[in-house]
Design a protein. Structure first.
Length: 425
């Protein structure tokens, strides 16, 4: 215990720390490639975006030390307070927040902007871990499920109202954490069915989807009538109820899509579903992204040799579309290696989460896994045209100090919790 008190690095997982630094390094050299100009090969030009990112990286070191200075008990004891502070910061944006690109998501501090939604993820992960680790908490009970949903609802709705729906989507990832801790499977199945109905309704229209669902409903009734009559007698009302709820949901999809979604949201979904082909306006970013990645071929054009990267063909390439630089300059092989690195990083977090003696630490570990995976999967899916553009950064790669610090806090709180696993709380 003496060695632990005298050394904040005692017991930390250096493999996970290595992944952190290699991802940050690879991210920065790609930001450098995007933002450097032909006559500006200057590593210490802090007025540029790559220079500012270098400052944020440098400031991450004292942040890491600060996180490691606190005992693991601190994060469990004050999880609720940290969560409430994050909500206050999100609420404050509606009073003194700075509007950038139509979203009031930042606090401005004389040239540097802070986005509190990036820090709210760690606060919410702590709050969920605190709630679920309670001895009396049982995810099979409705009242406890509602408690968990309330914790997720408040930051998600405040972020959506900024409006920043892309960042709010991340909070849906917690359903996998709750499932891991005992949430009944039918919640996952309901979410999957709802997503499927949503996509099918957008593609075929609500009339054809209603007709198709009615035919499926009749087939199910015939199946139960001929093969499971007893079950049909007992569950007919339930089957009818499920169909009516599904029908109402299908009808609401069309209503929400046409009267709640903004036009640019509708355009992006229509392009993704192949219903429209607009590569000059709404679909421009995605088209340029896919073209840029494809131009890299198998081995890429070489570092700082990407013609489309140097030519600024992809808007916001240093942020949401940073992976296009990897694709063009490093090719398929380099892209695959980066993806493999992320996969190994996530698997390492899961492995560490499973060895925790504390339920709080385990739940937090799975929470950050879900957050990192959601960012990784959505961002990569977005830049290769599989998902609509929603504006979500690639961890440790995308330009932005708030995102870098947010991911750093997420990870190193877990590293501190893991380092304390061999001690009694």
């Amino acid at each position: 215990m003496r060695s632990r008190k005298n050394n904040i690095f005692y017991g930390i997982d250096w493999v996970l720390v290595f992944f952190y630094f290699i991802l940050i390094f690879l991210g920065w050299i790609n930001i450098y490639s995007v933002t450097v100009t032909e006559n500006q090969f200057d590593l210490i030009n802090f007025s540029t975006e790559y220079g500012k990112q270098l400052i944020w990286i440098g400031l991450s070191f004292p942040l890491i030390l600060l996180i490691l200075l606190f005992e693991a008990k601190f994060y469990e004891k004050f999880a609720s307070l940290i969560y409430l502070c994050s909500l206050v910061l999100l609420l404050g944006l509606f009073i003194v927040g700075k509007n950038i690109n139509g979203a009031t998501s930042w606090y401005d501090f004389g040239g540097f902007s802070i986005q509190p939604s990036e820090f709210a993820k760690a606060a919410t992960a702590l709050a969920i871990a605190k709630l679920v680790s309670d001895k009396l908490f049982n995810l099979k009970k409705l009242n406890t499920q509602i408690q968990a949903l309330i914790i997720l609802f408040f930051p998600a709705i405040l972020i959506t109202l900024q409006p920043d729906p892309g960042s709010a989507i991340v909070y849906t990832a917690f359903i996998f954490v709750l499932y891991r801790e005992g949430l009944p499977f039918y919640h996952i199945s309901v979410a999957f069915v709802a997503l499927t109905l949503f996509i099918v309704t957008l593609y075929f229209g609500y009339i054809y989807t209603l007709i198709g669902s009615f035919v499926l409903f009749i087939i199910i009734l015939f199946y139960f009538y001929f093969y499971r009559k007893k079950a049909l007698k007992k569950g007919l009302i339930k089957i009818l109820g499920i169909y009516l709820v599904a029908a109402l949901f299908i009808f609401s999809v069309d209503l929400v899509f046409n009267h709640v979604f903004e036009q640019h949201h509708r355009d992006r979904f229509n392009i993704l579903l192949g219903k429209t082909d607009d590569i000059k306006n709404i679909g421009y970013n995605t088209n340029q992204s896919v073209t840029t990645i494809a131009s890299g071929g198998l081995t890429g054009k070489g570092y700082l040799e990407g013609e489309r990267t140097q030519g600024d063909f992809v808007p916001e390439q240093q942020t949401d579309y940073i992976f296009t630089t990897v694709g063009e300059e490093w090719g398929f092989i380099g892209s695959a290696l980066v993806i493999l690195l992320f996969v190994l990083f996530l698997l390492r977090i899961i492995q560490i989460a499973e060895r925790q003696k504390s339920k709080f630490s385990r739940v937090y570990g799975y929470s950050i896994t879900a957050i990192f995976f959601t960012h990784f999967a959505i961002n990569i899916g977005m830049v290769i045209g599989l998902l609509p553009t929603i504006g979500i950064p690639l961890p440790f790669f995308s330009y932005g100090g708030s995102a870098l610090w947010g991911f750093t806090i997420l990870l190193f709180i877990f590293i501190r919790l893991d380092a304390n696993r061999s001690y009694e709380w």
